[in-house]
Design a protein. Structure first.
Length: 315
């Protein structure tokens, strides 16, 4: 199995991570964007500017007949996931693999319900990128995509990759895209989700960048309490998150660019709908189902919904 043709749906901040390397690696026409309407017109007319280079890629409209790609990368937000799942329908061929690198803990299940697990790989990204009006600057060495089957190790704990995981690995090796194949992908997905709950939600509510976590004990208190609620839910569900994971993130967050702002805060500042339902909203709902108190996430949820309502009233 070899990945020769790739489609990307969602050319925003996360999607832009893949563009330079795949553009340089794949033959012309074998790396394309899925978009329709005004977004298609804008991408065709202006492209996107990534680290001062403008990229104009072929754009295929949803439903348009085209040669099926070997890999579809989905980098949409939760608010657009359902539509994106429909939009790729005409492109999913017998051997097409799908990686949904968006935030959250349920995108793979939603994709598998439509296309089956034979087409879906687990994936997520750890990268700090902000795109504004089709322009972004970021350090590619500070980002990484994680992907694989649910488990990617043998009984002795040594790496063991399925043919489709190996095929994506080979593509990323050729392209120079930074990646990691975790032994336990569910642990990785939940770990990122827990970090997003703590960092993304707290920044959004308080209107602070990541740099606040370097010095602000009050922001860190909220962040850690929100993460502990996710930890309790994950452990009840059999996901092996521990306090050591939180401790590791407490050290890692000190390495993030101080001025960078997470996606939910950027959405609020631009008067857009946020992904709060997928983040704190889902934590609250899972807590209610499991009988686990989630007061900090309940506060974050209602606080961010209040900011959304404030933005709507100003328009």
């Amino acid at each position: 199995m070899e990945i020769r043709r790739v489609a990307l749906i969602g050319l925003g901040a996360m999607g832009s991570f893949f563009v330079p390397k795949l553009y340089d690696t794949l033959p012309e026409g074998d790396f394309f964007i899925v978009a329709g309407g005004a977004r298609k017109e804008r991408l065709e007319a202006k492209g996107v500017s990534i680290n001062d280079t403008v990229y104009r890629l072929p754009v295929v409209e949803p439903g348009e007949q085209a040669e099926a790609p070997d890999l579809i990368i989905m980098a949409v937000k939760d608010t657009g996931l359902r539509q994106a799942i429909k939009d790729i329908g005409a492109l999913v061929g017998p051997g097409t693999q799908i990686m949904c690198v968006m935030n959250g803990i349920s995108s793979e299940e939603q994709l598998a319900e439509v296309y089956g697990w034979d087409h879906v790989l687990y994936s997520f990204m750890r990268v700090s990128i902000v795109m504004q009006d089709g322009v972004t600057h970021y350090n590619p060495e500070l980002g990484k995509v994680h992907f694989g089957e649910r488990n990617n190790a043998d009984e002795e704990g040594k790496p063991s990759y399925s043919p489709r995981v190996q095929a994506v690995k080979d593509l990323f090796d050729r392209a120079g895209i930074r990646y990691e194949i975790l032994p336990d992908m569910l642990h990785g997905i939940w770990f990122k989700y827990m970090c997003n709950i703590g960092e993304n939600m707290t920044c959004a509510l308080l209107d602070i960048p990541f740099g606040a976590y370097h010095t602000n004990d009050h922001a860190n208190w909220i962040r850690n309490k929100a993460m502990l609620e996710v930890l309790a839910i994950a452990q009840r569900k059999g996901i092996s998150l521990t306090q050591e994971d939180i401790d590791a993130q407490n050290a890692h967050i000190l390495t993030l660019p101080k001025k960078n702002k997470p996606s939910t805060l950027v959405d609020i500042l631009n008067h857009r709908k946020t992904e709060v339902e997928m983040f704190s909203g889902t934590v609250v709902r899972m807590g209610e189902e499991l009988g686990i108190p989630t007061p900090v996430n309940l506060m974050l949820y209602h606080g961010i919904k209040a900011l959304e309502a404030k933005n709507e009233e100003m328009e």
